[in-house]
Design a protein around this ligand. Sequence first.
Ligand code: SAM
Length: 223
Amino acid sequence: MNYDVSHIKDTYKQKGMRRSLVRKLVEKGISNKKVLDAIGKVPRHVFFDEIFLEHAYQDKAFPIAEGQTISQPYTVAFQTELLNISEGHNVLEIGTGSGYQCCILLEVGANVVTIEYKERLSLIAQKQLGILGYNPTYIIGDGSLGNDQYAPYDAIIVTAGAPTVPQALISQLKVGGKLVIPVGDDKVQKMLRITRVTDSKLSQEEFHNFSFVPLLGKQGWRK
Ligand code: SAM
């Protein structure tokens, strides 16, 4: 794959395909305007090799390097909507992957710290997001432990499937903060939203099932 995206132009055709992707997400129940505007703005095709461009605006996950995936647009929109982000919120993303979800978080107004386990993926994302003009804080390491340095967070999003909810992530949430995380086995996970209501009280909501690559690391699947 050619990881230099400067040659991939955002054409009228691609803008049109993004508009129809947004319409599809509305039909599937996404209603937050900031999230829909972000999906309509971020050029997802730059995360695809030129020979796979036709897949970029289909509502599906797609393979990237290192056996990982760029998440399905619906999943990105759904998780972002659940986070309820306001301008300037301090947001931790676990699983930088391609960097696409990170761009959406930045577009809805978050300050983003993004952690990726696989160094090569983080370096590719850093280069591509730099070309697109996005500037989050990157960390290479085990995101199942969160990151104390920039805690506490208004929101934490986990973009890989966890066996259980990592306690480290709960401890790094502000009062009022939300953790959105898929939890289950290696095939199917339920999307959970955990809110720190007070210092000592949490609430948990459950949404429908998704299928993510596994969260690795000490509080993940330990690979
Ligand atoms: N957010 C990504 C995007 O928009 O492309 C999708 C990421 S992909 C579904 C999940 C990512 O989580 C993979 O890149 C994987 O390497 C990463 N990952 C898995 N376990 C991790 C961990 N403990 N810490 C950080 N990243 C992890």
